[in-house]
Design a protein around this ligand. Structure first.
Ligand SMILES: NC(=O)c1ccc[n+]([C@@H]2O[C@H](COP(=O)([O-])OP(=O)(O)OC[C@H]3O[C@@H](n4cnc5c(N)ncnc54)[C@H](OP(=O)(O)O)[C@@H]3O)[C@@H](O)[C@H]2O)c1
Length: 261
């Protein structure tokens, strides 16, 4: 297959953990645009319903489900509902996380409650969502795709009190390699994308500060902040046949930021 058909997702079913969020809903739209049926998951029914309504307006077959992805039983229940509805699950996208800017502390005094919150939000949700999805994929025997949203902070330190977030995203990168190794025998590929700042509500307060934004852009060779559209090509690549021999990789999507470090 050498044409754009290698990016087609017709007949595939995807779960998007955090699909009610800014990046998750954009990723869901990308997959749906390539023909996948999608299920968006979050804790707030309002948020997932709103995301699902937008997706359906543009023609997507979208299921909206609520649950807490830090709880493995909940994740298995949610995956069960998707498989019951569609008879299969092919793609697991992990887009739950963030919170880093809300809990900034010096490394030597990083409080354990903030640590637990960030690790649960960014790492435990990724662990349990992926475990539930991968088990269904393994049982079905059709292979699959796992793609997690990491961050450039998984590989770069930052002098701004981010201990828990860098630990969580570094662990997501490590698990990407570990899962890729363990699940290759099941033809499940596991990759991650690692963006720098993406223009979303989570970082809006920072980007609204002109001085912060100017300094940020000065460090990015392509001289701009990322958008959710900048993630779409990688999402399609990693979730389709186009990447069938690519696994265990973390792709930075950062306008060249990490190339300068
Ligand atoms: N935005 C950026 O600049 C940026 C840059 C690099 C990496 N990232 C990463 O990209 C990912 C998505 O970020 P975003 O900006 O799209 O954040 P977001 O808009 O806050 O989306 C995250 C979604 O996750 C859901 N969620 C949180 N906890 C959950 C749980 N326990 N169970 C189920 N759903 C849960 C939230 O919905 P509920 O509250 O309804 O549960 C929310 O809709 C994160 O991993 C973040 O670290 C973001």
């Amino acid at each position: 297959m050498t044409d754009s058909g290698m990016f087609a997702l017709t007949g595939k079913v995807a779960v998007i953990w955090g699909g009610g969020g800014a990046i998750g809903s954009a990723m869901a739209a990308t997959l749906a645009g390539a023909g996948a049926r999608v299920a968006v998951i979050g804790q707030s029914a309002d948020r997932v319903d709103a995301a699902a309504a937008r997706l359906r307006e543009s023609g997507a077959d979208c299921l909206a489900l609520t649950g807490d992805a830090t709880n493995l039983d909940e994740c298995r229940r949610l995956v069960g509902q998707i498989v019951e509805r569609h008879g299969r699950l092919d793609i697991c996208l992990n887009a739950i996380g963030g919170g880093a800017g809300k809990v900034l502390y010096p490394a030597e005094d990083y409080p354990v409650d903030a640590w637990d919150w960030i690790i649960d939000l960014n790492l435990l949700s990724t662990l349990h969502g992926t475990q539930a999805a991968a088990k269904a994929m393994i049982e079905a025997g059709n292979g699959g795709r796992v793609l997690s949203v990491s961050s450039v902070r998984g590989q770069l330190g930052i002098d701004a009190g981010y201990s828990a977030y860098v630990a969580a995203k570094g662990a997501v990168n490590a698990l990407t390699r570990q899962w890729a190794t363990e699940w290759a025998r099941h033809r499940i590929t596991v990759n991650a994308i690692a963006p720098t700042f993406v223009d979303t509500p989570q970082v809006a307060m920072l980007l609204d500060d002109p001085e912060f934004k100017r300094k940020l852009i000065d460090r990015v060779p392509l001289r701009r902040v990322g958008s959710t559209d900048d993630l779409a090509g990688a999402v399609l690549f990693f979730c389709s046949e186009a990447s069938s021999f690519v696994t265990g990789q973390v792709l930075t999507i950062d306008g060249g930021l990490t190339a300068t470090q």
